[in-house]
Design a protein around this ligand. Structure first.
Ligand SMILES: CC(C)(COP(=O)(O)OP(=O)(O)OC[C@H]1O[C@@H](n2cnc3c(N)ncnc32)[C@H](O)[C@@H]1OP(=O)(O)O)[C@@H](O)C(=O)NCCC(=O)NCCS
Length: 254
């Protein structure tokens, strides 16, 4: 594969991520005065404007949960297929943090998951079962740097794990790399997932993808000559064997 600006950026990010990995993520301590819980229909006026502060540079359409979602009964996640959490001030009842998550939406943006083909349709279904996306997380400015963001993301990971997701991903502005590194995420311009449909690349100009294994056996593997870390072990039979390398866009196994 020729060395493009993207592969160079990816290599630099892999090095930065490797350094960040050495910072042990701190477990979420109980937060005095703040409770993390599923959003209620009555929270919509606080919940959605707060989430929009997290996606101001992206399109509002990126947020897959319309207000009616807060009335949806729990299914796979707290609100149907969506996870909608709030951080609530236990004294005032006020919403001071918000998070929305579910299956990763970037799965649908790739030609490999074109629903017009049977292969694409099936692959999208498999990936949405295992790879989660945290669509947005935001904390009211009055409550920044008190551990509310950490508590929301840690709670989301627990819900996602229980729902069977094995990998958490989220798209973020590069300035937030330090925040996600403290929570155990690796941020990369390009993520490669080893799927039953082959290697699946995901990138977004101007953003990084933060990624974190949710289960033992899932790993972000650095493969020689690969332009990005490879998510291994997310799907049965899709584990990168030791000694593999990357050549002409393909994984070569020993
Ligand atoms: C990003 C945001 C959610 C962080 O919430 P928060 O409640 O202030 O974060 P926490 O207090 O839980 O911080 C957790 C850790 O990250 C660090 N951190 C917090 N904000 C950070 C930032 N902007 N850059 C780097 N590190 C940061 C904290 O120091 C803390 O580290 P520690 O473990 O060493 O103590 C909040 O600033 C926010 O809502 N921003 C606006 C919306 C937004 O940009 N959302 C993200 C969209 S992807």
């Amino acid at each position: 594969m020729p060395k493009t600006a993207r592969t160079r950026r990816a290599a630099a990010a892999s090095k930065a991520a490797a350094r960040a990995r050495h910072l042990p993520p701190r477990p979420a301590a109980p937060l005095p005065g703040v409770r993390i819980e599923p959003a209620q229909p009555g929270d919509a006026d606080a919940y959605f404007p707060l989430l929009l502060t997290a996606i101001s540079r992206r399109s509002e359409a990126d947020l897959p949960a319309p207000p009616e979602m807060l009335a949806a009964p729990p299914e796979r996640l707290t609100h149907g297929q969506a996870l909608c959490l709030v951080a609530r001030d236990t004294t005032t009842g006020q919403v001071v943090g918000a998070l929305a998550a579910g299956a990763a939406t970037w799965i649908d943006e790739n030609p490999l998951t074109d629903p017009a083909t049977m292969r694409g349709f099936l692959l999208a279904g498999l990936m949405k079962y295992r790879i989660a996306g945290i669509h947005a997380v935001a904390v009211a400015p009055t409550h920044h740097h008190r551990g509310v963001g950490r508590a929301l993301i840690t709670a989301a990971e627990q819900y996602l794990r229980q729902a069977g997701f094995r990998l958490a991903t989220l798209l973020h502005d590069p300035v937030l790399t330090g925040f996600y590194a403290r929570l155990g995420y690796l941020s990369t311009p390009l993520l490669i997932s080893f799927t039953p449909g082959g290697l699946f690349g995901e990138d977004h100009v101007g953003y990084l993808t933060a990624v974190k294994p949710l289960e033992p056996g899932v790993e972000l593997v650095t493969v020689p000559q690969a332009p990005a870390p490879i998510a291994s072990g997310v799907f049965p039979g899709c584990t990168v064997p030791a000694g593999s390398w990357f050549e002409d866009g393909h994984l070569v196994t020993p």
